[in-house]
Design a protein around this ligand. Structure first.
Ligand SMILES: [Zn+2]
Length: 361
């Protein structure tokens, strides 16, 4: 495919990420204020050296032990990790995934008053789906090492008792090809004004993603924004004009100039902007920390602030920004981490819990 877009916005990405981390830190502080005992228990558990508990089955499980259950272990290839805290069941899936993928956490228990999770240093807010039911999604950055990683979950019971546990993720290699691309030299050596525009684009994007955490705005699964052949995949290694190296931070979908591009799910338009690198761009917030972005439009059909439904036309395929031909670059993000859009399209959001998985007893 012909997408030459390395990330939503090249160059200022590190600034953008650092600012996003600041924003995330703000959310963490808010969560800390809401759940002090819960997060303290979670942090304490994270700090201690944990001993894995080998499990003979394909499921990891752990039993409550006072205020902190033993961490669970995970059999290679297992798709579901489970733990039990008093009467609450904690599930995480898929538990075997690649860097750049994401996972869902579900906490179900009649007596659960609140719940929170964290992946390494990142807090993963959970939303209350129903009384005693909490859900949320967390992403594994593309740069993350393969091997075992841990997700910590803490709950506050209605009797004020705090319980916490950790579950294993099994991170496996992501296959990726390397491609050589040739783009206009102005994208390799931008002028001072083009560099200034890229910085302004990054600020606009940072502001667009600064959405308070809340429940999801969608109830059905995500769908393809453009019914065409898929091209370059997420994570592809790129060499531009023989020297400049980067990764491909989205999915390219083939298309002809003027083809309508559709919202992948219900949400709100949080950005419409003609950017230097990503061209004419739309970003949607879907709630619960999920975002999708659509790049290189020729023209737009929506405005910032507008609510959209899945399938609504956002704009039309074009070749604006750093491209070598018309197509859609489709990107997805959870909290401040760019993820593989194909993982988003494949995930079953319509079940509250992994009922579709064959759960061994
Ligand atoms: Zn692309």
């Amino acid at each position: 495919m012909r997408c030459a877009n390395p990330r939503f916005h090249d160059g200022s990405q590190s600034v953008q990420r650092s600012r996003q981390r600041t924003a995330l830190a703000g959310r963490t502080v808010a969560l800390l204020a809401m759940l002090p005992s819960l997060v303290a228990a979670s942090s304490a558990l994270a700090a201690q050296k944990e001993a894995s508990v080998p499990d003979a089955g394909t499921l990891a499980s752990s039993a409550p032990a006072g205020d902190a259950a033993l961490p669970s272990s995970l059999a290679p290839g297992a798709m579901l990790a489970e733990a039990r805290l008093a009467d609450a069941q904690i599930r995480l899936w898929p538990a075997t995934l690649r860097p750049g993928d994401f996972f869902e956490i579900s906490v179900v228990g009649e007596g659960v008053a609140s719940a929170a999770a964290s992946f390494e240093t990142e807090t993963l807010p959970l939303f209350r789906a129903a009384p005693g039911r909490f859900r949320g999604w967390g992403a594994v950055p593309l740069e993350h090492a393969v091997g075992e990683a841990r997700v910590h979950v803490a709950i506050v019971h209605s009797d004020q008792k705090t319980l916490s546990s950790s579950l294993s993720l099994n991170l496996i290699e992501r296959a990726s090809v390397e491609k050589t691309l040739r783009v206009s030299t102005r994208f390799i050596r931008p002028s001072a004004s083009e560099r200034a525009q890229t910085r302004a684009d990054a600020v606009a994007l940072r502001d667009a993603y600064n959405v308070p955490f809340g429940p999801p705005l969608f109830s059905a699964n995500f769908t393809d924004p453009l019914a065409h052949q898929r091209g370059s995949r997420f994570g592809e290694k790129r060499v531009f004009n023989g020297s400049s190296r980067s990764r491909h931070w989205g999915l390219d979908i083939d298309g002809d100039r003027g083809d309508p591009v559709h919202a992948a799910n219900d949400g709100v338009v949080v950005l419409t902007r003609a950017c230097f690198v990503s061209g004419v761009t739309v970003v949607l917030s879907h709630g619960a920390g999920l975002f999708t972005a659509y790049l290189h439009f020729s023209s737009l059909a929506v405005k910032a602030g507008q609510a959209v439904k899945r399938g609504d036309v956002l704009g039309y395929v074009g070749s604006t920004g750093r491209v070598t031909g018309p197509h859609l670059h489709f990107a997805a993000r959870i909290h401040d981490v760019l993820i593989d859009p194909e993982a988003l399209l494949d995930h079953d959001f319509e079940v509250d819990g992994p009922a579709h998985l064959d759960v061994p007893k």
